[in-house]
Design a protein around this ligand. Structure first.
Ligand SMILES: Cc1cc2nc3c(=O)[nH]c(=O)nc-3n(C[C@H](O)[C@H](O)[C@H](O)COP(=O)(O)OP(=O)(O)OC[C@H]3O[C@@H](n4cnc5c(N)ncnc54)[C@H](O)[C@@H]3O)c2cc1C
Length: 506
């Protein structure tokens, strides 16, 4: 709020101009809510400005496949700018929203220390949710979550890197059990999918690639404090999934709460008070979500309630109390116990867009938002999945085929669909993983950036301080480079390369 106010009162050159006299809609976020909300306004007589902190739209349900080397990040995260290039009334602005001023109707965003204030007539906030470590944020350094491309690439580096370090250690006769133990915390759909894929990786994909270690001896442990896996799928599908995971070689530990976590392993506490330590270098956090901090920022201004997960309570028409021009959709909201799934965000954003258009056309207010549940799915391993569609419970190969069809439909862009299908063939029919490239920077650079006071902004010049023309040293360097280039071109054009010049012949 303070940031929003100071920016709003500050110099006007930070203000993005109104793009026209048309109704201005600002959309925060380029996820499912942000993208589908923007697209739903493509024929409307409005200007849409999407402000998002990443340049891509992210298909989160397939992040675990990037982390385990099946898909490339480009296949699940196309550039938003490209996706919206054909939508003439839409503009994309890169920036992390740090302030929303409900009274002034402005959105303040920052990128590398540069601030922009964008005015709106209507606002759709779809900033999603982040990982929750239940108050133990220090766990994040040793157990990345699964929310972003950075998370997935870091995990990919950690998982494949652990096998490499184990090979090195084993060839020197060291104990490498801690390197060959992979722990996934949280037995919801993401945890189940992640555990299943690491087990396939160890037991199937990598089994011929190493000499000093037997990757089939790797332990994959799935831990949850709850008494069953996949609670939202019901007891029967949960039990079935647990059995399938165990067949794959995953150890499922239920009723265990992770109480401590460090570089080498973690501690878990059972209901009877027993505490056990597990030595495991690679840990993945797939438990708990926390609504975007923008929820709190909005709640403080409009008095809407926040639930325990930081999600903001909205009116039945997805608007904020006292601010009918502001809609909040997707993972950020708390309404009628709606689940945090893509369809809630998509349907909510479309509803908000239709309401905005309806108001401009003078139509009467729409009925309250109603969510249509299209079901839930989780993949356990290749050819094995579970699906819950209404009262219908589908398991095994049929559920896997349904998963395949649905994900192909929802992956953005024809090119990504084709390449994803090819990568799935490589991984599911064959034994390979097309995307095994990892770098040291993927694993450690994020932690290094987090240690800087202002993150990446500390690595770039102050906005406005850069003045290349005035820099004499740079000018003389430029002249030197230009002279070198002229001489290079002259040598080629005069065919003087490889021939001795007159002065050299003397
Ligand atoms: C690993 C994983 C697996 C999942 N699997 C499934 C599944 O199988 N099926 C299913 O239906 N759902 C699944 N979900 C849930 C689904 O992805 C979410 O419900 C959905 O993405 C919510 O959409 P959203 O628009 O609310 O948020 P998001 O899609 O998370 O989008 C939020 C957007 O806001 C941007 N943003 C955040 N903060 C700011 C800020 N301050 N400034 C600017 N931009 C900001 C983000 O960069 C992002 O673009 C999964 C989620 C995860 C993490």
């Amino acid at each position: 709020m303070a940031a929003a106010q100071s920016a709003a009162q500050g110099s006007t050159d930070r203000f993005a101009e109104r793009r026209s006299d048309r109704h201005q809609v600002v959309v925060v976020g380029s996820g499912f809510g942000g993208l589908f909300g923007t697209k739903a306004l493509r024929r409307a007589d409005v200007d849409v400005t999407m402000v998002a902190k990443t340049t891509h739209h992210l298909f989160q349900p397939l992040l675990y496949q990037v982390a385990t080397g099946i898909l490339s990040e480009g296949e699940i995260a196309p550039p938003t700018r490209e996706v919206l290039s054909g939508q003439r009334n839409a503009q994309v602005l890169l920036g992390e929203v740090t302030g929303i001023d409900l009274d002034r109707r402005t959105v303040t965003s920052q990128v590398l220390g540069r601030e922009t204030v964008t005015p709106y007539d209507s606002l759709i906030v779809a900033a999603g949710a982040g990982q929750s470590y239940f108050g133990n944020d220090r766990f994040a350094e040793f157990a990345p979550g699964m929310k972003s491309i950075d998370d997935a690439l870091e995990l990919r580096g950690r998982i494949f890197g652990a096998f490499e370090l184990a090979e090195l250690g084993a060839s020197r006769g060291e104990n490498v059990d801690h390197l060959l133990t992979f722990v996934v915390v949280g037995a919801g759909p993401t945890g189940v999918e992640m555990a299943g894929q690491i087990a396939e990786l160890a037991h199937r994909t990598l089994r011929r690639d190493f000499r000093a270690i037997n990757t089939r001896e790797a332990r994959v442990v799935l831990i949850d404090a709850a008494p069953q896996v996949l609670p939202p799928f019901g007891a029967k599908l949960g039990e079935k999934t647990k059995r399938e995971l165990e067949k794959l070689g995953v150890e499922v530990v239920l009723g265990a709460m992770v109480t401590d976590l460090d570089e080498r392993g973690l501690e878990m506490k059972f209901k009877d008070g027993r505490v056990e330590r597990l030595e495991a270098v690679t840990k993945i956090w797939a438990a708990g979500v926390q609504g975007s901090p923008l929820g709190k920022l909005l709640a403080e201004q409009c008095g809407a309630p926040l639930d325990r997960a930081g999600r903001i309570g909205v009116n039945p028409d997805l608007t904020l109390p006292g601010y009918p021009e502001v809609f909040v959709v997707g993972d950020m909201i708390s309404l009628d116990n709606l689940p945090g799934v893509a369809q809630v965000a998509i349907q909510g954003a479309k509803y908000a867009a239709k309401t905005i258009v309806g108001r401009l056309e003078g139509k009467p207010p729409k009925e309250p938002f109603k969510y249509f549940d299209r079901g839930s799915m989780a993949i356990i391993s290749r050819f094995r999945a579970v699906a819950l569609i209404g009262k219908l419970r589908v398991t095994g190969f049929l559920a896997w085929l349904m998963w395949l069809a649905l994900h192909l439909i929802y992956i953005t862009g024809f090119k990504s669909r084709v390449t994803a299908l090819m990568h799935w063939a490589v991984s599911f029919i064959g034994r390979g993983r097309s995307e095994r490239t990892t770098t040291e920077q993927q694993i450690f650079a994020r932690a290094a950036l987090a240690r800087l006071d202002h993150g990446a902004a500390d690595l770039v010049s102050d906005p406005g301080a850069y003045d290349a023309q005035a820099d004499a040293a740079e000018r003389s360097r430029r002249e030197e480079l230009e002279a070198t280039a002229r001489e290079e071109a002259r040598l080629t054009d005069a065919r003087e390369r490889g021939t001795r010049t007159a002065s050299e012949r003397v």
